[in-house]
Ligand binder design. Structure first.
Ligand code: TXA
Ligand code: MG
Length: 311
């Protein structure tokens, strides 16, 4: 068994096993995207339904031409600005991409992660990596190697530790319909930034994902195990609206806030996403804080609404 971390990850990938890898967005559960047998392990480990397609990670934008039949000139513009980075492009797939990866859909999702360790790994192998976020299906996405180990540690042979993720939210997903750009998932790159590069308004189609059953559309996704209520700023408001919780004590409530703590709850039960009110900083902490709250000896989580823009 190799001792070097990168060599170990490579070793298992060459055996068609799935290993966790760091990216700038969230940790991914990666396997050889060109081998259905390897890809099937991702679905099994995550307990992920096979109708939910996977993103294919490449070492360089120029490699997209091996996996996509056509690449619009606008993709080149976006790549110049944002690739490598938290942008995934949906492009017509070539047959080399197994149908399992795309859930039978005609397009493949391609992305170049901007993380030095995973860049080095991708350069050390001669195949792209299919990788969804490395969490059990439906649960909060992982932003540290420890998050992955906590939940999938006994199911995967290796977690490549690349530190905490610098973005903390999944990649923004963009494709084209009738030659017009469409964003299907909001993520690490604000839609306004994409519009500035393409110099046009971009349509948002979160309700009409390429696959109507894809994960983001399900009733529950990115969910902690504790009930999470959004929008109540005081315990009194929450109890008025939810009389069945009448006996709930402030000590039994976890609180997720944007800029400042609430006076209604013990401070150790609260997580503040960004005291500066900065969306980028909030994004970095978001999944991690949800996990911390989920692990506290509390009964419910109350979260504040966060600003809609820019992320
Ligand atoms: O930041 C990210 O994108 C992370 C890191 C690991 O790269 N990955 C990630 O993958 O978020 P995942 O599996 O959690 O989300 C993938 C989503 C699918 O649920 C679907 O909405 C969309 O990407 N997708 C992937 N392939 C697609 C395809 N062929 N057609 C339409 N949508 C696709
Ligand atoms: Mg996911």
């Amino acid at each position: 068994m190799p001792v070097d971390a990168l060599e170990q990850a490579k070793y298992w990938l060459l055996q068609d096993e799935a290993v966790a890898i760091p990216t700038e967005t969230v940790y991914g559960l990666a396997a050889n995207a060109l081998h259905p047998k390897a890809v099937s392990k991702i679905f099994a480990i995550k307990n992920r339904p096979t109708f939910d397609p996977l993103i294919v990670h490449c070492s360089h934008y120029t490699h997209f031409e091996h996996f996509a039949s056509t690449i619009p000139p606008e993709a080149d513009k976006l790549a110049e600005a944002f690739i490598p980075g938290p942008l995934t492009l949906l492009l017509p797939k070539l047959p080399i991409i197994p149908d399992l990866v795309t859930a039978g859909l005609p397009r493949v999702a391609l992305r170049v992660p901007n993380h030095p360790l995973t860049q080095a790994l991708l350069q050390a192998i001669d195949f792209p990596l299919a990788a969804p976020s490395a969490n059990p299906f439906g649960y909060i996405s992982p932003t540290t190697a420890q998050h992955v180990a906590d939940q999938l540690g006994d199911k995967i042979p290796y977690v490549l530790d690349g530190g905490a993720c610098g973005v903390g939210l999944e990649s923004t997903i963009l494709g084209w319909e009738d030659g017009k750009p469409v964003v299907y998932r909001l993520g690490g790159i604000a839609i306004e930034s994409l519009e500035a590069v393409l110099q046009q308004k971009i349509q948002l189609k979160l309700q009409q994902n390429a696959n109507p059953q894809a994960a983001g559309m399900l009733d529950s996704h990115y969910a902690p195990r504790k009930p999470l209520w959004v929008g109540y700023l005081s315990l009194a408001d929450f109890l008025t609206a939810n009389p069945s919780y009448q006996t709930l004590q402030p000590e039994k409530v976890g609180v997720l806030r944007f800029r400042e703590a609430s006076v209604d709850f013990p401070i150790e039960n609260q997580r503040i996403l960004s005291p500066q009110g900065d969306a980028t900083e909030a994004a970095i902490h978001f999944f991690d804080y949800l996990r911390q709250l989920d692990a506290m000896p509390i009964n419910i989580i109350l979260a504040e609404w966060l600003p809609e823009k820019p992320l």
